[in-house]
Design a protein around this ligand. Sequence first.
Ligand SMILES: [Zn+2]
Ligand SMILES: [Zn+2]
Length: 308
Amino acid sequence: MNSHQRQFQIFVLVQSAFMLLDLFELWRTGGKPHLAYFLRAHRRLVFFLFNVWVAYFAIQNLLLMAMPSPETMLADFAATLALPTVAQTSPADLWSYALVALFLLFTYFTAALFDYVIHRWLLHHRRWWFLHESHHLPKVVFNGMPGISLRPYSAVSVFLTYAGTSAATVTAIKLTNAPWLFGWYLANLPLLMLLFTSLGSASHSLFLRRYWVVHRSLRWLFLTTPQEHILHHATEGNCNYGNFASVWDRIFGTYVDPQKLRGKQLEIGLSYEQDFLGALCGGKWKLPAAFRRKYQLAEVCNLTNDKG
Ligand SMILES: [Zn+2]
Ligand SMILES: [Zn+2]
């Protein structure tokens, strides 16, 4: 299995689990309606969202497949720095364990920094906003909503984060003069990806958002909690940019503690009118007003300024 397939498998596995939990939570908070009744009342919206989901899924994965895999990037950087890439067994002494722990800490801070910088200054920059707009479009944030976990242009930020982190980590391995660390890193990369994918899904989880114990547990590890990340999706939410770690938000002063806003009604989504087509092309084309009405789009995105 190549790394693209593995990445895809991790995404599908983690997403399926979170989607089931979040759909259950939607049903629970919606007053536990009879499923047949709910589907009848929302059949057009469900049909529309399913099609958008398929389209976003196709774009996301085609672009992700076009980019080099994380393993390829790591191997390329290692070759550039003349780092031996032949797998070497790690010495089982205390220093080696400490080195692995330090290396993991370094990887976490570095990946979190690239994630923060790219998210705050590239994706939220007016010029590149179209790459990220669909992620902020929905008024209802849960795994399964197109745009939330399926981000059509995520390959751009994924590529930049992986490339930056790979360059930094390979340089760190070279400097520590412990080439066996490279083999260890490569062997454990799927586990790290599983962790990052799980954190990314957890931070958008409607199900987990109601459990404040999740926030209280994760915040001490500076891992992004669902309660923190929903503030980033608020219409005025220029805060909490870290997708999986809150450490750089705290350092750069963009961290907002959700406990201070607990119980407050937040307006989620975009502060202007937009739809699932407009969010893909920077508003160049939009769905006709009659189409938006027919497919009940006002239930999931902000169409308040729609005069059509
Ligand atoms: Zn954002
Ligand atoms: Zn988000």
